[in-house]
Design a protein around this ligand. Structure first.
Ligand code: GLN
Length: 231
């Protein structure tokens, strides 16, 4: 079955993904896809459009059924259980990904930037690179994760480069040289979240990771059915 791409803001991300992508705008379209990618955009606008199309109940059901969903940037915000931002409390979320995110974490100082991230899970068995070029565009960050959430990548930044509200009250010598690991990629069971945009690079290893994750979950569910029918 195809991979759905939530296309509320008209993205055509799937054309770059190297998989058969089906644009999803209506709840019933989720029935025809095995997994879903929620791309970036403006999460508050996406939420309004999702509400208008009555997509939230179907999206939550999709997540609850254990189907693989990958949110990038605004998509990560969408999947999070809790999001802080300008319109705190005013934005509806799909939820399911047990973490708290901060919208526009890197603020105006670093609204868009690229950096080399260390992602051990992306290294191939043959000893391929562990690094991935992260493209961050007004990106969120994950502030807190629940016990079952796996951190796949963090971005180490000097404490004195953190946005003002995350710095200690009195930056002393020690805190100005300390490094803070800002979480930027997480996995929680069937849900994957990246704060950056892998689809804007030519490197398709995150897409391969998601497809592998989807096929493992699929195998897991057929094993579960076999186990039930065998008893
Ligand atoms: N800043 C956007 C938001 O809060 C996300 C940006 C993105 O998806 N590139 O929704």
């Amino acid at each position: 079955m195809a991979v759905g791409v939530l296309a509320l803001q008209g993205q055509r991300a799937h054309s770059r993904l190297g998989v058969v992508g089906v644009e999803v705008r209506k709840p019933e379209q989720l029935d025809s896809v095995a997994s879903l990618i929620i791309p970036g955009g403006e999460s508050t606008t996406m939420a309004k459009l999702a509400e208008y199309h009555n997509l939230f109940p179907a999206l939550r059901e999709f997540v609850k059924l254990g189907k693989p969903v990958w949110g990038t940037c605004a998509g990560l915000i969408f999947l999070a259980n809790k999001a802080y931002g300008k319109k705190e409390g005013g934005q509806e979320l799909v939820g399911g990904l047990d973490c708290t995110v901060q919208r526009n974490f890197f603020g105006s100082r670093l609204q868009s930037f690229e950096t080399e991230l260390l992602v051990p899970d992306l290294a191939s068995k043959e000893g391929g690179p562990e690094t991935f070029r992260g493209v961050f565009i007004r990106a969120p960050a994950v502030l807190e994760v629940g016990p079952d959430v796996e951190v796949l990548a963090d971005y180490p930044i000097p404490a004195n480069k953190l946005p003002d509200q995350y710095r200690g009250p009195e930056p002393d010598e020690e805190s100005s040289t300390a490094t803070v690991k800002v979480i930027v990629a997480v996995r929680h069971k069937n849900l994957l979240g990246t704060a950056f945009h892998p689809e804007l690079t030519a490197d398709i290893r995150w897409h391969s990771y998601f497809l592998k994750m989807a096929s493992e979950l699929d195998e897991g569910s057929s094993n579960a059915v076999t186990a039930i029918s065998a008893t």
